[in-house]
Write a protein that binds this ligand. Sequence first.
Ligand code: MAN
Ligand code: CA
Length: 153
Amino acid sequence: MNLEEVRNLFCKTVADSLCLSGWEAHKQKCYKFSKEKKNWKESKQECEFLNSRLIIINTPEDQKFAEKFHKQYPCWIGLTDQENEGNWTWVDGTPLSFSQWLDGEPNNAGDEDCAVLKSGRWNDRKCNYLFHFICQQRALRCIKAAATDNVCF
Ligand code: MAN
Ligand code: CA
């Protein structure tokens, strides 16, 4: 292999799965399960403070990973209908396409506007309740900076 090929291989196999210590890599993203419990808004803020966001689940593959990752607790995900009742939106502003609600959910029982992972699927809960949460950020990536250089950032 020449140097160029070694760099490319590094980028594909190593940099795409590089995460900070305490974060778990999966499919070019890094995940952290919170130690503490917070309400939905503070969970969102804590993820942002860590240069990340509450987890967004857009594919069956993401869901499968989240199921495995969320351990036994209900935990907040980045999904809310606080702005507009019944209009569920991810924290990046995208509407719901893929969904994994538990049977009968979301039921807005007593005004529930924030979503948790529960038993591997989703339920709506009151946003001021305290739960663990999952933050998500992109893994370190490489870009081609010049003909011969790859840079990780
Ligand atoms: C039950 C169901 C859920 C609801 C919770 C609130 O599990 O009614 O829809 O979110 O109670 O505790
Ligand atoms: Ca509910």
